[in-house]
Ligand binder design. Structure first.
Ligand code: UD1
Ligand code: UDP
Length: 379
């Protein structure tokens, strides 16, 4: 029996990949009579990754240990290529599963391709068509589409993007986004048992509205991120009715700007990144999120709350079209004015929550695993 099982090698490196591949791992583990599943972490992120793996009980079979302080893209890519190559060569999986648009995805897909091992790409087909935004993710994602054999598109829009690039329709499966699977499960668990958040000990909203902020995009480093901070500072100074919690990404290029600009304002809680259950609980209490994150653009609509996207464009326009997300760019003034409008105009605010979530129904992992059953018949 075991020799007939499909050998799936999941590779992941960063926080969002772990969250979004967790449901796929779980579903594969549930079907263990059909699949032998192994997990390789590049550890492109180390501190952000480990608590997520613990929360979702994901084992690690191979650890490529590539994280370096303030790592740059070429060195990171080279390390992943070289080290993942060794794992694929030794293990000869039937399929390598990747998720999203990070350097881990691009380099691991390339290594698998060089070994002629099929790649299954989860969250395929998202595009801005701007090669430098998000940077380097837009190009990482397009390269992954060229390298993959099976494309798990979260929506019909992403499926159409793939078709336009010549990907054969029979290789594309529309599944919804696995983040919805992970979020709904986590939300149910944390609403039943709210997690302790030691970093927020003593923090009380007392009738004020919670605004959760995150920022980490490379194309925003420098002037964009400074301007974002100025908008947040103005909100904290002029609005008595809000509290701002900002878990700061460990990338030193983020910390170097955020800490000096916002660190001394008593109305802004700058904290270390939260574990996923803590963060989901925080989002569930938020009036709105201000973020340049991809995942949060999908999670806030799933919670029926607004996400203001601090970017000039998005590869997830479904949320904007559905009226659950809004692009605000990085201008301090636009950020201040848009948040002010949503605080003062209840009608505008409730308008956001009324729409259905375009990103999925929580069943994406099941659809992905069902499609993987046919991987051996795909050349
Ligand atoms: C990476 C991804 C980005 C993704 C984001 C999710 C690339 C090029 N970037 O960006 O697509 O949206 O993750 O968060 O793939 N660091 C730590 N501990 C950690 C994680 C990071 O100290 O757990 C620091 C290290 O100094 C590291 C730096 O952050 O060198 C940058 O990490 P890196 O993975 O290169 O880029 P991110 O900005 O995290
Ligand atoms: N997240 C988290 N703790 C935090 C901030 C974010 O667990 O302090 C989660 C968030 O819920 C989402 C994911 O991290 O699922 C998004 O990761 P990130 O913004 O780093 O990357 P992106 O989605 O932009 O690639």
């Amino acid at each position: 029996m075991s020799s007939k099982r499909i050998h799936v090698l999941i590779v992941l490196g960063t926080r969002p990949e772990a969250i979004k591949l967790a449901p796929v791992f779980r579903e594969l583990a549930r079907c263990r009579d059909q699949f032998k599943t192994r997990v390789c972490i590049t550890a492109q992120h180390r501190h952000l990754l480990e608590p997520i793996l613990r929360w979702f009980r994901i084992p690690v079979h191979y650890d490529l240990d590539v994280m370096r302080p303030n790592q740059e893209l070429c060195g990171l890519t080279a390390l992943i290529l070289e080290r993942f190559h060794a794992v694929v060569e030794a293990q000869r999986p039937d399929v390598v599963m990747v998720q999203g648009d990070t350097t881990t995805v691009m380099a691991a897909s390339l290594a698998a391709f060089y070994h002629r091992v099929p790649v299954g790409h989860v969250e395929a087909g998202l595009r801005t068509l701007d090669r430098y935004s998000p940077f380097p993710e837009e190009i990482n994602r397009r390269l992954a589409s060229q390298l993959a054999t099976l494309h798990f598109a979260p929506t019909n829009w992403s499926r159409n993007n793939l078709l336009k690039e010549g990907i054969p329709p029979q290789r594309i499966i529309v599944t919804g986004n696995t983040v919805v699977d992970a979020l709904l499960e986590t939300r149910d668990r944390v609403l039943r048992h709210p997690p302790a958040i030691p970093q927020l000990r003593g923090f009380k909203l007392e009738g004020r509205k919670l605004i959760v902020v995150t920022a980490h995009r490379r194309e925003n480093f420098g002037p964009g991120l400074k301007s974002i901070c100025q908008g947040i500072l103005r909100l904290a100074s002029e609005r008595e009715d809000i509290e701002i919690v900002f878990p700061v990404h460990p990338n030193p290029n983020v910390r170097a700007i955020v800490q000096p600009l916002l660190g001394s304002n008593s109305r802004i809680r700058l904290i270390d990144p939260l574990d996923y259950p803590q963060f989901v609980w925080l989002l569930s209490q938020a009036y709105l999120a201000l973020s340049d994150s991809g995942g949060i653009q999908e999670e806030m609509p799933s919670l029926g709350r607004p996400a203001l996207v601090m970017r000039e464009n998005t590869e997830r326009p479904e949320g904007v079209k559905a009226g659950v997300c809004k692009l605000v760019g990085t201008s301090a003034e636009v950020i201040f004015n848009t948040v002010t409008e949503l605080l003062d105009n209840q009608k505008a605010y409730t308008h956001f929550g009324r729409h259905s979530n375009p990103f999925g129904d929580g069943q994406a992992a099941k659809k992905i695993v069902a499609a993987l059953q046919s991987i051996r018949s795909k050349p």
